[in-house]
Ligand binder design. Structure first.
Ligand code: NAI
Length: 328
């Protein structure tokens, strides 16, 4: 059998961690033939809770789970990591300005970037889930100069999956009939879910919908504000759906996207579609042989252009803010 893949998960004792770890242990992150070793990172106060989750993981008797180690410092947690899922972050609390939020998260993602740089395996792949995810990923990436920048990604797959589900519901088709959905920009309320390049059973999705009112006033805000809707209805933020999206993101990155389809990932821009180079912005990507490429040559109409530009402008502002704070 193959040697286990080292998967480091931060924020392991949190609610996403609780949903995520069991799916990793069962083989859904990488595939049924790949054993995994879990390396959990938590803050010291939450290490005991992570140990409790580790007891439950043991009780799952997962054939692919080769071991679990728990750490309270990034240097040890990322040593030898092949996959890093950065879930733990500092949430926005009442009265906190965006600058404070970015600074607090810089205190987490800068040292984590440095630790990845120092000790991660050569094939490291990083997914940042913790918010503000795109800019947290940028901070980690900027502090890991020896790791190729494109290995740092942020999660917009939950938004992508939400957009597919809402479109399928509108057209009353199974989700598997929807292909080529794209989320552009920031994982925030400014994100732009694009159905102009999506297809439903081979037909252009915007044409199949043919309802600009629904697109502007229902679909886009519903997808962009779904996180708030979940909090409102569930009384807690999205957790299992976020974990599921993180599984999808890494699985596809490692195993490839199906022919005739693509997925959304926030990745360092190479300047494609006018997104300033280096910003970690969401794009349509195709994955193959463990790497991804931004899909080129898509038509961007005026409506889409304005929405993409607005979300990208927000990312530029966040980059400027963390630059001023000396985090990148
Ligand atoms: P949670 O509060 O239940 O868990 C977060 C965990 O992270 C806590 O156990 C905490 O102790 C830990 N943590 C904090 N600082 C840490 C550090 N420096 N190192 C290691 N662990 C640390 O939060 P939840 O619900 O699990 O969400 C986690 C993050 O994911 C939040 O930032 C949330 O906003 C974000 N999120 C992102 C989504 C996306 O689509 N990109 C979707 C849903 C949530």
């Amino acid at each position: 059998t193959q040697p286990p893949v080292n998967v480091t998960v931060t924020g392991a004792a949190g609610q996403i961690g609780y949903a995520l770890l069991f799916r990793i242990a069962s083989g859904q992150l990488l595939g049924q033939d790949k054993p995994v070793r879990l390396r959990l990172l938590e803050i010291p106060q939450a290490v005991k809770a992570a140990e409790g989750t580790a007891l439950e993981l043991e009780d799952g008797a997962f054939p692919l789970l080769a071991g679990i180690d728990i750490y309270d410092n990034p240097k040890d947690a990322f040593d030898g990591a092949n996959i890093a899922l950065l879930v733990g972050a500092r949430p926005r609390t009442k009265g906190m300005e965006r600058g404070d939020l970015l600074e607090a998260n810089g205190g987490i993602f800068k040292p984590q970037g440095e630790a990845l740089n120092a000790g991660a395996a050569d094939d490291i792949k990083v997914l940042v889930v913790g918010n503000p995810a795109n800019t947290n990923a940028l901070i980690a990436q900027a502090n890991a100069p020896d790791i190729p920048a494109e290995r740092f990604t942020a999660m917009t797959r939950l938004d992508h999956n939400r957009a597919i589900a809402q479109l399928a519901k509108k057209l009353q088709v199974p989700v598997s009939d929807v292909k080529k959905m794209t989320i552009w920009g920031n994982h925030s309320a400014t994100q732009y879910p694009d159905i102009f390049n999506a297809e439903v059973k081979g037909e252009n999705a915007a044409q199949a919908v043919n309802d600009q009112q629904w697109l502007e006033n229902e679909f886009i805000p519903r997808v962009a504000k779904r996180g708030a809707e979940i909090i409102e209805v569930r009384g807690a933020s999205s957790a299992a759906s976020a974990a599921s999206a993180a599984i999808d993101h890494i699985y596809d990155w490692v195993n490839g996207t199906p022919d005739g389809d693509w997925v959304s990932m926030a990745v360092p821009s190479d300047g494609s579609y006018g997104v300033p180079e280096g910003l970690i912005s969401s794009f349509p990507v195709v994955c193959k042989n463990g790497s991804y490429e931004i899909v080129q040559g898509l038509q961007i109409n005026d409506f889409s252009r304005a929405r993409i530009d607005a979300s990208v402008a927000e990312l530029s502002e966040e980059r400027e803010a963390v630059r001023k704070l000396g985090l990148i």
